[in-house]
Design a protein around this ligand. Structure first.
Ligand code: ATP
Length: 240
């Protein structure tokens, strides 16, 4: 059997004495979109930071293609092909849209392919082309989210981690962004691990999902099945 692209095994992460991730395990296969759902404070962001090296873990393993990467620094993990689009987007406000995008590709030497990928990002997000020379700080929240995803894409990642792409966006923009996330997966074959509080959209675009509560996974399965689960409908989809 081949290794999953990403495997997290019994991971534990602490903030000082406080255990924020309590023995979490998950897998992501190549070509999948996997969602991590959960309420505020469930530990989703901590888990993503533990995967991408932004936070040190205390126990357990993070494996990329079967190779242990826990304890590596974020640059190392990024160089292995993991692009982390953080919560809150974190674009460089005083750089232009184009410069922000090119920063995603700064390690690449394949110039003609970088140019092609830039065109591709502009194809998915035409508004970024329109504002190519504008400072990123002037973009709206939704446009900055598009820019952050575009910048992640410019590194040609093997795995893209998206931390709450819907945060602070209008329902219409959330739909738009998730439609593009679906396209990036279906048309570009991009493997995606997406954290979301908005269970509705996340279950619609993902193949499988994990539900977190107080630092642990309490439920997981194919997204279609989770959508039909009574507990999910009651607690996460606002239906009864
Ligand atoms: P959100 O949707 O609000 O980002 P989350 O599911 O991503 O929520 P985390 O941000 O990972 O949750 O937080 C998990 C737990 O760790 C929470 O109880 C939170 O209060 C705590 N926590 C997060 N960051 C820190 C920190 N820097 N220091 C101490 N505790 C923290």
């Amino acid at each position: 059997m081949t290794d999953p692209l990403l495997a997290v095994q019994n991971l534990e992460t602490y903030y000082g004495p406080i255990m924020a991730i309590r023995g979490v395990s998950l897998t992501v296969e190549p070509g999948e979109t996997v969602a991590v759902l959960g309420a505020n404070g469930a530990g989703k962001t901590t888990l993503m930071k533990s995967i991408s090296g932004a936070l040190d873990t205390r126990k357990g393993k993070v494996l990329l293609d079967g190779n242990e990467i826990q304890g590596r620094d974020p640059d190392w993990v990024a160089a292995l092909g993991v692009a982390h689009v953080p919560e809150g987007r974190e674009v460089f406000p005083f750089l232009s849209v184009r410069e922000n995008l090119m920063l995603g590709a700064y390690k690449r030497r394949d110039r003609s392919e970088v140019a092609r990928d830039l065109d591709e990002v502009y194809g998915y997000f035409p508004i970024l082309k329109t504002f190519e020379s504008k400072m990123a700080g002037y973009l709206s929240g939704g446009q900055q989210q598009m820019l952050a995803i575009g910048r992640g894409y410019m590194s040609r990642p093997r795995l893209m981690i998206l931390d709450e792409p819907s945060l602070g966006l209008s329902p219409k923009l959330v739909e738009e962004i998730f439609a593009i996330i679906r396209k990036l997966n279906e048309e570009e074959g991009l493997t995606i691990l997406v954290v979301e509080q908005n269970a509705n959209v996340a279950l619609q675009v993902s193949h499988r999902a994990y539900v977190m509560e107080v630092g642990g996974v309490v439920m997981d399965g194919p997204s279609k099945e989770l959508m039909e689960s009574k507990d999910i409908q009651e607690f996460y989809l606002g239906q009864k």
